[in-house]
Design a binder for this molecule. Structure first.
Ligand SMILES: Nc1ncnc2c1ncn2[C@@H]1O[C@H](COP(=O)(O)OP(=O)(O)OP(=O)(O)O)[C@@H](O)[C@H]1O
Ligand SMILES: [Mg+2]
Length: 265
């Protein structure tokens, strides 16, 4: 088989099954039901579930539950672009029955609405400025709390949100959920429930977008990095894992010379 055909075959396998799934009745997962019921009972809840597993559904159901009781909600995201997207999604879902607002550094729309989508930074600033209180506060992508630059924004949001409000915190990538929940309980003086989902609803595949060859899987069937990828990086010195690229091959930097590993004494 020519290399071109081989790559076509690899690409076909890599992309197999990707697309819009067949329509099927929507059935909430167990972790979603648990999380919604926890938040609806006004318990601070930290949900850790892999990407694409449906954490937004938990937030929107919780928002509905709070709005039915005449209470307000704020949905925070770490990025203006994500806030704009969520704003459009929530608007479609809730208007005209309920008003949806937006509050970012760039845009201010209906900030008195029952649901306001905001960037976390702006939400935190509002907490410092006003006594305006929300009843449900969704902190999406809460793993930003570990970010060395921006992390304090999430810490302050958690600390400053009045304990009469309920926090719903969502993340795909928190490894120390117990430690974080314990800290939240300590600063907010009330229980914080952790809900986790381990298995992935959406399989992870690693690919490479080659400028000339298009989409390729990163590795072949035997787990070796494709030589087209290696050639592409042939002129670069190191890959992201610290492996040195030499003559188109991955290899560990030579021991000893520059002391990449200290000699044992
Ligand atoms: N129980 C379910 N069954 C089938 N599909 C679902 C279910 N819950 C949510 N979905 C769908 O899964 C998709 C991904 O959901 P969502 O964007 O909420 O993921 P997420 O957990 O927030 O991921 P991320 O960590 O990347 O933000 C959406 O299209 C959503 O409609
Ligand atoms: Mg999400």
């Amino acid at each position: 088989m020519s290399r071109g055909h081989y790559l076509d075959e690899m690409r076909r396998k890599f992309l197999a099954g990707i697309g819009v799934p067949k329509p099927a009745p929507f059935v909430p997962d167990e972790f979603q039901k648990e999380a919604i019921s926890s938040v609806a009972n006004s318990v601070d809840t930290l949900v850790v579930a892999p990407t694409g597993s449906g954490k937004t559904f938990i937030a929107t159901e919780a928002i509905k539950a709070f709005m039915l009781l005449g209470l307000r909600a704020v949905y925070t995201t770490p990025l203006k672009a994500l806030s704009n997207t969520k704003y459009n999604e929530l608007k479609k879902m809730f208007e005209p029955q309920y008003k949806v607002g937006l509050l970012t550094g760039d845009r201010k729309i209906d900030t008195e609405a029952q649901v306001v989508v905001a960037t976390t930074e702006i939400y935190r600033n509002e907490l410092y400025k006003s006594s305006e209180r929300s009843s449900l506060v969704v902190l999406d992508e809460v793993h930003f709390i570990a970010d060395s630059q921006r992390g304090p924004v999430w810490e302050e949001s958690i600390i400053l949100t009045p304990s009469s409000s309920t926090l719903l915190m969502l993340s795909a990538s928190i490894s120390n959920a117990k430690e974080i929940a314990e800290w939240i309980e300590e600063v907010r003086g009330k229980p914080c429930r952790i809900i986790t989902k381990q298995d992935r609803s959406v399989e992870l595949r690693f690919g490479f977008l080659h400028p000339d060859l298009g989409v390729l899987p990163l590795t072949d069937d035997r787990g070796r990095i494709l030589k087209e990828v290696l050639h592409y990086y042939g002129s670069s010195d190191l890959d992201s894992t610290g492996m040195r690229l030499r003559g188109g091959k991955f290899s560990r930097p030579r021991k000893g010379k520059r002391g990449w590993r200290k000699k044992r004494r």
